[in-house]
Design a binder for this molecule. Sequence first.
Ligand SMILES: C[S@@+](CC[C@H](N)C(=O)[O-])C[C@H]1O[C@@H](n2cnc3c(N)ncnc32)[C@H](O)[C@@H]1O
Length: 252
Amino acid sequence: MTQTPWEIHAGWWQQEFTGGVDPEYEEQILPLAAEFLAGAQRVLDVGAGEGQVARVAAAMEPCPDVVVGVEPVASHLELARERVSGPASRSEGRSGPVYAQGLAEALPIATGAVDAVVICLMLEHVEDHVPVLAEVGRVLAPGGRFVLFLNHPLLQTPGSGWIDDHILEEQYWRVGAYLGVDVVMEEVAPGVVLPFVHRPLSAYVNTMRDHGLVIERMEEPAPPPGFLERAPEYAAQATIPRLLALLARRLP
Ligand SMILES: C[S@@+](CC[C@H](N)C(=O)[O-])C[C@H]1O[C@@H](n2cnc3c(N)ncnc32)[C@H](O)[C@@H]1O
């Protein structure tokens, strides 16, 4: 059977972005996830990868009753299950997340069964966001929260980037084509080609609203120090966020 790009490049993702090696996760995404999910009792992480967000949820105080990660890629699930039983969770007597193989478009979760759903850097890789957000609205109990992390849809559009114009002596951030949907296979590292779907922010927000998910909080953090240390060329662009984090509430 043909492997999906996420299956082919699972090892690359695990090596480059998990296990504490990526400053944007360590300094920004995982702390924000802990803050947004604090107090939730039944947490679902959709497109969980090797489980780094799910593990943060499972380590929260007070300890959630259950954290479930849903992920289609078998090798991510294998590593996620290995990483559950790390020394920290064993010594604290906590149970880590549990995992199920599945797709965001058809979650193997009962209606209204969870009080928090998190999707981290997954929805912008899915061709149709509508069935995914419909599933989030379905599985969330009334009043439950939805935490969504995206590559910033306004500022990280295809063709966006820093322009250093030596003739006009201007430096600025160019925003590429914003309205409309653009599906590209993007080479994110040498030989690593993954699907990336640009859609305007209104497409996310209005579809969320259609499925009872109303935004309560929005964060557009500046790139964190560890990222700027690694990519000093980004320092001049430090007022341009790479990440958008939304906290929404499921209407009753
Ligand atoms: C960029 S990784 C993020 C992984 C994880 N959320 C994290 O932040 O570490 C995107 C993940 O989404 C998963 N994915 C892609 N399409 C999916 C779909 N239709 N349903 C569920 N997960 C999907 C991929 O297998 C991959 O693990």
